[in-house]
Write a protein that binds this ligand. Sequence first.
Ligand code: NAD
Length: 420
Amino acid sequence: MLATLTAAKNAYQVALENFDLAADALDLEQSLRAMIKYPERVLQVNVPVRMDNGRIMRFQGYRVQHSTARGPAKGGIRYHPDVTEDEVKALATWMTWKCAVVNIPYGGGKGGVTCNPEEMSLGELERLTRRYTYSILPLIGPEQDIPAPDVYTNPQVMAWIMDTYSMTKGFPIPGVVTGKPISLGGSLGRNEATGRGVFYTTASSCEHLGIALKDARVAVQGFGNVGSISALTLHNAEARVIAASDIRRAVFHERGLDVPRLIAYRDRTGSVVGFPGAEPIKRDEVLTLDCEILIPAALENAITEDNAVQVKARIIAEAANGPVTTDADRILEDKGVFLIPDILCNAGGVTVSYFEWVQDEQHLFWEAQDVYTRLERVMKSSFAEVLKIHTDRRVSMRLAANMLGVSRVAEATKIRGLYP
Ligand code: NAD
């Protein structure tokens, strides 16, 4: 049985266990395992920042390159009070397998700063970002390691990183980060990419299981960027999004919420709470509603051994990273729930980040439809590859995705002859 995040288990431990399971299933030789299992580089930095009150505060930051076997390290930067070295190592490890699953020429990386952006002013965030960028300069660069947004970082933060990096070189280098504003070399379609990717893999799952997308009931936990775009694309395909939650509460409508209006309402008020015409329900009820498709799109540990038994969905699309714990995985598998694992389900974001990097490097920008068409092709073919391993080898979708990712990294490592 595969390991995912649990409150008791440290995320990095879980990532290592998942690797071992995939390596066992692939019968990988021990010397190769030892080479690709652990991060290549871990950089820990102290980030002093002058706060608005004149005081200097020290923040702890990290940048981890788990693998560069298949290309430059790639992965987001997280600003969150719970960021630890082990969490960043776990997220970097997952990025390695994720990039390999969708077969884009990147390794895996991740960065983070332990801070609470909700308590910081824009000026403090800018100073933090610039100083952190300066601290991780030895690692990042368009050919080495390309950061992107993650939880509590956004296109503005990417613009500051790009500017700080460019200042040290003397000319603009947009390819050092992805998820930038369009005016600075960002890609059309990047903002919606993860949600669209969730849609393509969910639609493929419905096709595989013989579930009609039209009128399929969808519940979305976490109506942020990824959750709301997943909901919108499913709504546009005539699925019925019956519930959506955020950190505060949830709203429900049996016949389906008007998703475009809900997004506009959230943008105006900052929450789904009080959406006219919808019934207010408890936040976590969303996870156990009677529905065909459940999309956890918030944070880790949403579905645990405490609530997995009550899950009624037939498909769980892991839009967030690590939303289902190890114990829950086991329970859901026994119940016959079809799981689209995070390293496949939410890989649309990094895929369009790759497109953005390609466009920056070529100084030639694509139309939105080109981005969507290419994204659809990548997501659908990756889904088909994972599904084939799942059916041929009779393993869970999660193990199948890990096997695909690990095997590609192992193959690249072997061919490059990275042995000492
Ligand atoms: P976001 O900050 O835009 O949205 C998160 C949403 O979750 C917010 O609406 C927040 O209120 C809500 N939330 C938080 N805790 C909750 C809870 N307990 N119950 C219900 N709602 C809760 O973040 P995002 O960019 O949409 O990312 C969401 C997840 O997707 C994260 O796990 C992230 O790592 C993952 N992810 C994001 C991308 C991307 O491109 N943005 C790519 C891959 C994976």
